[in-house]
Each structure stands twice: as C-alpha cells, then as structure tokens.
Write a protein that binds this ligand. Sequence first.
Ligand SMILES: [Zn+2]
Ligand SMILES: [Zn+2]
Ligand SMILES: [Zn+2]
Length: 163
Amino acid sequence: MIRLPDEEVERRRRALRSQESAEVCGRCGEGVTPDQPLARGIVWSRYVHLTHGTQNVQGAMCFDCAGITIEDGGDTWLARGRWREAQRSSCEDCGRGLARMSYAAPYCSQRCRKEFYNRRRREERLSAREKMCEVCGEEFFAARRDAKTCSPACRQKAYRQRC
Ligand SMILES: [Zn+2]
Ligand SMILES: [Zn+2]
Ligand SMILES: [Zn+2]
C-alpha cells in the first residue's frame, strides 16, 4: 500500500464522500444542497506509483469547480474545457440537475443509484401481487404471491368448482 501525504488523504476522503452521497463537492469540499445541480466526473486523481499507475475517483462536483455556468435563467449550461461535451441531464433518483459525460451513469451519487434500484425492485415486487381473481374477475392485491382468488368466498367457490 502506497502512503499518501496527509493533505492528499484528506482530498481523497472528500472525493469519496462526494461519490457516496453527493453532500459535498468532491473537489473544493463545500457542502452542496439537494437541489443544487452538480457535474459528475473525476474529482480526484493522483499518479501513485510506476506499477500502481494513476488512481482516479469519480464523484460529484459543484459547477464552480467544473467550470460550468448557468445562463438564461437556468435553461442553458455553458461548460469549459472537456465539460463542453457534457450532457445536460438529471439524476434518475433525486431529480437534481446533472452535467455528465455520455459514459457516466445518470445518478448524482452511489446512494441515489442504490435508492433507484431498490425502488424499482420494490415496485416490481408490488406489481407481481396485483392480480385478477380467477372466480369473480375482480382485481385485487394478493398477500401471497401464489394467491388466485380475491376473498375467502371466491376461494371456497373455486374449491367447489374443482371438485
Ligand atoms: Zn467545488
Ligand atoms: Zn441524485
Ligand atoms: Zn373474487
């Protein structure tokens, strides 16, 4: 393990925090509010060692650090340098404005990415339980995945029909 100087350890820690939760800018370390648009890209990079090469941390940064200005009352984002190619989009989970390169995932942080997938799984689980009763045809919400009838009465009926 290569030891980093203390101030680099601090910068890296900050970068990782922006990657995890996007609560701070991964470059300047300033706190960011949930409605503040962010740019997503490499926030910390350091040449470590001949064999280890360069270490990069992808995270979120404020528009000041990315060199992005918002014009026309927020309708246009003008970016400098490599950010010129950035796409204007928004986080799939929290909806905050997001400037990102085409290859970057559409989330402002790992927390938002996790939240997005968890919610989708929950929704899929719920929709798997929205069923139609095979006896009366009513739609119902099943307590069990394998339920086929909406009520004890319909279950009885279904049982009698089978016999
Ligand atoms: Zn910043
Ligand atoms: Zn988000
Ligand atoms: Zn029924």
